[in-house]
Design a protein around this ligand. Structure first.
Ligand code: SF4
Ligand code: NI
Ligand code: NI
Length: 707
């Protein structure tokens, strides 16, 4: 068979090529030259996942390549052997690529991403598990023409698919103004060998979220086949090395669809589809990826790919809020007769009456009726406004409530976007995402500067009432907490318990979110747990929760303490926004975030630290967390609470701002406590920060020993 022959010959070529490059590198830099990708805890992830061999220097690579050549490269042309040849090719590509990063080289220039760091991988944890990103497409080669290729890519973007691009298809997308880059969940990796960065990204999902130990080849592959819903679209002529790499993908469980004729297709694994309108659909089908289609009658593309899109001032046709005009968004629960389902009303000027570069006020009033709607869900729904509007290509939305700041890009205006279309988007998304709690929804959009001053009063009053209610929502005030097992699709043993004062470690699921989600899908990932009998009120341990954990974690976790990170703490999956670690010398704890890539006083940066815990295991002394948890009155209370925090990255201090100061005051630490916490400008080792803590009189230094 032509395909198998190609895979064999390609594997021989690829591994030989890797050997030549490796020999050259050893000659030039010496066998001791360290080799690693930037900002990852998993060294060379393909090798880490498949064989677990520890690679520190380029000299370590030679025996690995040798081994793979002798064990994997098989001449007899069978499907099984083709996959082994494919595996060998993955090793070869990983070696070839890793050699480009020697001596701190940054080989990939804009727009190419090259290797994708761990923090970016972790950032996509939640959208992957909640299926905002329903699957992954790896598109390699050169399409027959730019137009139809770009159309295919945009179509996948509108479906929310995570996309990796390699080779000329990148230039074709750029030519057609397809928005690409990490912000658009569309990674232009680089030329052909860089496609291995899609592979090592996928393998890291198993290592980081799945908790699969290094070197467990069978489990690593099973994880890919089952949980990473990826497929490959190969465009344009193939050659033997491409064949071999494609069988590397098949080895991982990812089918190939190609626009080229294939003499002998392998059903389910290697199929041809020359029609560009159908090729992606075939890939989705082969992988069993279900797309929830929401047809929204607006002239712009809507999809999570455009959430990360920023619209600069100079690219905006019109701007709202952001301190320059009044703005607000409000979701209100109403009576049935008050809501006319699907009604959109614009009070004030439409976009045609807004000159280029102008500023207008903007108010969204979203009235919702539903038999199972509760007032508590208003806030949950209101926060969705950000995502729904931001998903629009050419629309930009930041902040919330009466801080809302919105821009409509010139491109969206040119495409024919109208103010009324905000209503179309909001109504369609609310009804499709929350069918169980929303029966009717109507949207009033206000752009009139007098009317808005009147209507905003209703919103402000609502916010105040909601905040007052939230203040009273403490762990003790409710008898039911919620579980979250959403991440189990990637971290099979992980369970989050979400309480009023402890947001999920992804930062995206609060107690109210979980409550609403349980109302929407009673059998879904958020289950109510009655706290019941308390075993340890200080460390925070309850019998029923232990029982839930035991079954929920596939019998791997027997007990959990909610109020300490030092003994049987909550598990961490992999998508945590931040991570905390004990600093024994300073008798305190430090926290670092995905956004902060620098080193920290515990001796590890975020990626390395995250690599030490996660995958749904308990790691005393370390815990993943949502950033806002730091401001909670239940922040590790058994360990001393906020007063234990001795180091934070500046970024986190700034992100939390006044809320952190308020939390310090509430904890009795005083308003100046935040200034006593060291950051990277003070130091990045315990020795460097200790004198600072002493000088500031940091409370942690006089607390009971933390360990
Ligand atoms: Fe995952 Fe926990 Fe967030 Fe749920 S709350 S999505 S389990 S991290
Ligand atoms: Ni957008
Ligand atoms: Ni997670």
């Amino acid at each position: 068979m032509e395909l198998f022959k190609g895979a064999y010959e390609g594997a021989v070529t690829a591994t030989s090529y890797a050997e030549i490059l490796l020999a050259k590198a050893i000659k030039e830099y010496g066998a001791d030259c360290p080799v690693k990708y930037p900002d990852t805890a998993y060294r060379l992830p393909v090798i880490t996942a498949l064989s677990g061999e520890e690679v520190n220097t380029i000299g370590d690579l030679a025996p690995i390549l040798n081994r793979v050549r002798t064990t994997n490269i098989r001449e007899e042309l069978t499907f099984e052997n083709a996959k082994l040849n494919g595996e060998a090719t993955l090793y070869a590509a990983e070696v070839i690529e890793a050699l480009r990063y020697l001596k701190g080289a940054k080989p990939d220039q804009f727009p190419y991403t090259g290797f994708i760091s761990d923090p970016i991988l972790r950032k996509f944890g939640v959208p992957l598990v909640d299926q905002t990103i329903p699957g992954v497409a790896v598109i390699v080669g050169k399409g027959k023409d730019s137009k139809s290729t770009a159309k295919m890519v945009k179509d996948l973007q509108s479906k929310g698919i995570m996309i990796f691009l390699a080779n000329e298809v990148i230039e074709q997308c750029i030519e057609e103004n397809v928005k690409i880059g990490a912000d658009f969940i569309t990674f232009p990796l680089g030329n052909f060998t860089q496609v291995i960065h899609a592979v090592n990204f996928a393998f890291r999902a198993g290592l980081a979220f799945g908790g699969i130990p290094a070197g467990q080849r069978e489990r690593a592959i099973e994880y890919q086949a089952k949980r990473v819903l990826a497929f490959v679209i190969q465009l344009g002529p193939n050659d033997i090395v491409k064949f071999a790499a494609e069988f590397g993908a098949i080895f991982m469980g990812f089918p190939i669809v190609t626009d080229q004729p294939v003499a002998e297709e392998i059903p389910d694994w290697y199929q041809s589809e020359p029609d560009y309108e159908k090729i992606a659909k075939l890939g989705l089908e082969l992988r069993g990826i279900k797309i929830k289609i929401v047809d929204i009658p607006v002239p712009i593309t809507i999809g999570p790919a455009f959430e990360g899109e920023t619209i600069r001032k100079k690219d905006a046709w019109v701007e709202f809020g952001g301190g320059r005009s009044t703005s607000f968004e409000l979701v209100r629960m109403c009576e049935a007769e008050e809501v006319e389902d699907g009604k959109i009303q614009v009070i004030g000027p439409e976009i045609d009456e807004m000159p280029e570069g102008s500023v207008f006020p903007l108010g969204f009033m979203i009235d919702v009726y539903g038999r199972k709607m509760q007032e508590d869900f208003e806030g949950v729904l209101e926060r969705r406004v950000h995502y729904f509007t931001n998903y629009g290509e050419g629309l930009w939305h930041v902040a919330q409530r009466n801080m809302m700041w919105v821009r409509i890009g010139k491109n969206a205006k040119a495409a024919g976007f109208k103010i009324k279309d905000f209503g179309e988007i909001l109504i369609a998304k609310f009804k499709s995402d929350y069918p169980a709690i929303i029966d009717r929804v109507q949207v009033t959009i206000i752009t009139d500067k007098d009317v808005i001053e009147d209507k905003i009063k209703i919103a402000i009053e609502k916010y105040a009432a909601r905040d007052a209610r939230l203040k009273g929502l403490t762990d003790e005030a409710v008898d039911t907490w919620y579980t979250c097992t959403l991440c189990q699709s990637f971290a099979p043993n992980h369970v989050c318990i979400v309480t009023p004062e402890h947001v999920g470690l992804c930062g995206a699921v609060s107690w109210l979110d979980a409550k609403a989600s349980n109302e929407i899908t009673p059998t879904g990932p958020n289950q109510p747990v009655l706290k019941g009998e308390c075993i340890d009120p200080v460390k925070g341990q309850w019998q029923t929760l232990n029982e839930f954990f035991y079954t929920g974690s596939n019998r791997t976790i027997e007990k959990v303490n909610f109020y300490t990170m030092m003994e049987d703490p909550m598990t961490s999956c992999g998508c945590f926004e931040a991570i905390m670690a004990v600093l024994p010398l300073c008798n305190g704890v430090m926290i670092t975030t995905r956004e902060h890539s620098g080193d920290t006083p515990c001796g590890m940066n975020f990626s390395a630290l995250a690599g030490t815990c996660g995958g749904g295991i308990q790691t005393p002394g370390f815990m993943g967390m949502g950033r806002r948890y730091l401001c909670s009155a239940k922040f590790i209370p058994a360990d001393g609470g906020l007063g234990r925090v001795v180091w934070l990255p500046k970024e986190l201090k700034e992100f939390l701002g006044q809320d952190l100061v308020d939390a310090a005051v509430a904890a009795g630490l005083g308003a100046d406590f935040v200034d006593k916490i060291a950051d990277e400008t003070v130091g990045i080792t315990e020795d460097e920060i200790y004198p600072f803590l002493e000088e500031k009189g940091h409370p942690a230094l006089t607390m009971d020993p933390i360990m």
